[in-house]
Design a protein around this ligand. Structure first.
Ligand code: KIV
Ligand code: ZN
Length: 512
């Protein structure tokens, strides 16, 4: 019988550590619900001690999502662990994930602790975590650059204290598949009682090898849990991409001989939701979830596909949920049909007032655009929840003029804490003009790091989804806005980013 591979999703924790990817509590709940539909085994919902926002999100997800195990990260100290336990109190099944760095470099330069002190702290922490739950994961941070003898000592000790999962972290993406897999194998062979715990892999993608390293950890090292994120989101170059692991294991079952619980038909919907909420767009040639992943451009390939699909396709688009892009509603659809589609998409709006507000926006959109797709609905609900959470600035309307040979000009109306203001500006292009107009009024002084426009669906009728990444005083935020008019979408995205800067929800980074 094939072993089961546990899929541990850390989009809401490690994924959120991507610059600008911070999410609100409501956004995290929406993603967690979708992860439940995807049937992941474990959701790392956040890092409870990092901020009040993280704490509240973990608490809310623990109550809203009942099937997967809900996990909180915590550093190896009593305060963090108590906070994690408190946030997870309502969860049906909970896990505390505690970590401490074990590489000589991290222990000496970052922690300023001796190996014996680190060992003692790890033991105390796992013991303390076990007083709250019998599901405790321990990660030696920067394990792939740690001394094997020291890893053996510390892991043996935490297993004795009751750790149930040991996560072999390639924190800085330094691993090479064969070496990473063999190092894990050595640990499993040398450590007494290693067969009593689940071994896990956690890889970063700095050298583009996170997926390969994770799979080597599984095949050579014997890991049976993979930590990953949707779209490979995460610190720096990101984490192991969930969709790539899952489809590799499924497509090459002949080699991996592993089972998992994931419903692969939910992959594309999950990818789109995460991308749309975080503003991290998916590159077209990204494996499995990129827009071109199943597009065949060359004549020879198209001919082959028409004759026999498997000539050039190793996976079917519908198996990962690509076929789900369908027209669902139109101008004449009523409130009940809209509400039902929200339910089918797993979107639970909290009150009837919120459903009404979203329905009004749907009608406005249907006036501009005859075919409304699932992606449109997801985007308008997202806009709606932004509007409720961060209402400091709110888009109202704009007028914009461009003509060949003339400098584009814009007039933007938006509200600041509920009071409407009008501002004018001009610029090199229409988007520059609206940004200059908004800046004239807000004087944020933020630096624009990224401006990207993406079509949400196909065709020129599609809504444009704009991401604006702003940086100010060391903080980086992403604002997202969608509208059939990409200049309007840009204004919404800019204001959404300013709202995030204004909300000042700073938090600790677990790697610090
Ligand atoms: O990359 C890392 O080491 C981590 C740990 C906290 C598991 O994210
Ligand atoms: Zn990590």
């Amino acid at each position: 019988m094939a072993d089961k591979l546990i899929i541990f999703d850390t989009t809401l924790r490690d994924g959120e550590q991507s610059p600008g990817a911070s999410m609100t509590k409501d956004e995290k709940i929406r993603i967690a619900r979708q992860l439940e539909r995807l049937k992941v085994d474990v959701i790392e919902a956040g890092f409870a001690a990092a901020s009040q926002g993280d704490f509240e999100s973990i608490k809310a997800i623990s109550l809203a999502v009942r099937e997967p195990i809900i996990c909180s990260l915590s550093r190896a100290n009593d305060k963090d662990i108590s906070r994690a336990a408190e946030a997870l109190a309502g969860a049906q099944r909970k896990r505390i994930h505690t970590f401490i760095a074990t590489s000589p470099l991290h222990m000496e330069k970052k922690l300023r602790m001796t190996p014996d002190q680190v060992l003692e702290q790890a033991i105390q922490s796992v013991r303390f975590a076990r007083s709250f739950t019998d599901d405790v994961e321990f990660s030696p941070e920067d394990a792939s650059r740690s001394d094997v003898d020291f890893l053996c000592r510390i892991i043996e000790a935490v297993i004795k204290e009751g750790a149930t999962t040991i996560n072999f972290a390639d924190t800085v993406g330094y691993g090479v598949p064969e070496l990473y897999g063999n190092m894990l194998k050595t640990l499993r062979e040398r450590i007494p009682n290693s067969d009593k715990v689940i071994w896990s892999v956690h890889c970063h993608n700095d050298l583009g090898m996170a997926v390969a390293n994770s799979l080597a950890g599984v095949m050579i090292g014997g890991a049976r849990q993979v930590e990953c994120t949707i779209n490979g989101l995460g610190e720096r170059a990101g984490n192991t991409a969930l969709e790539e692991i899952v489809m590799a294991v499924r497509t090459r079952k002949d080699y991996f001989n592993l089972d998992f619980g994931i419903d692969t038909t939910q992959i594309v919907a999950t990818s789109k939701l995460v991308s749309q909420i975080t503003g991290f767009t998916v590159q077209p040639n990204k494996a499995v979830v990129g827009a071109n992943a199943f597009a065949h451009a060359s004549g020879i390939h198209q001919d082959g596909i028409l004759k026999a699909r498997d000539t050039y396709e190793i996976m079917r688009a519908e198996d990962v949920g690509w076929a789900a892009n369908k027209i669902v509603l139109g101008k004449l659809s009523g409130r009940n049909a809209f509400k039902q589609r929200l339910q089918e998409l797993g979107i639970a709006l909290e009150s009837e007032a919120e459903v009404n507000a979203a329905f009004t926006r749907f009608k406005e959109l249907a006036d501009k655009k005859s075919e409304i797709f699932d992606e449109d609905i997801m985007s308008l609900v997202s806009d709606e929840s932004h509007a409720h959470e961060n209402e400091y600035y709110r888009y109202v309307s704009l007028a914009q003029h461009s003509e060949t040979g003339e400098r584009p000009a814009a007039k933007v109306v938006f509200s600041i804490e509920g009071s409407e203001v009008t501002c004018e500006g001009n610029g090199n292009g229409p988007v520059d003009a609206i940004v200059n107009a908004i800046e004239f009024k807000t004087q944020s002084g933020a630096e624009l790091l990224l401006f990207s426009v993406n079509a949400i669906t196909t065709g020129t009728q599609s809504q444009g989804e704009v991401t604006m990444r702003l940086s100010k005083a060391g903080r980086i935020v992403n604002g997202v806005g969608a509208d059939p008019d990409i200049v309007v979408a840009s204004a919404k995205a800019y204001l959404s980013a300013l709202n995030k800067l204004h909300s000042k929800s700073d938090k600790l980074n677990p790697q610090i």
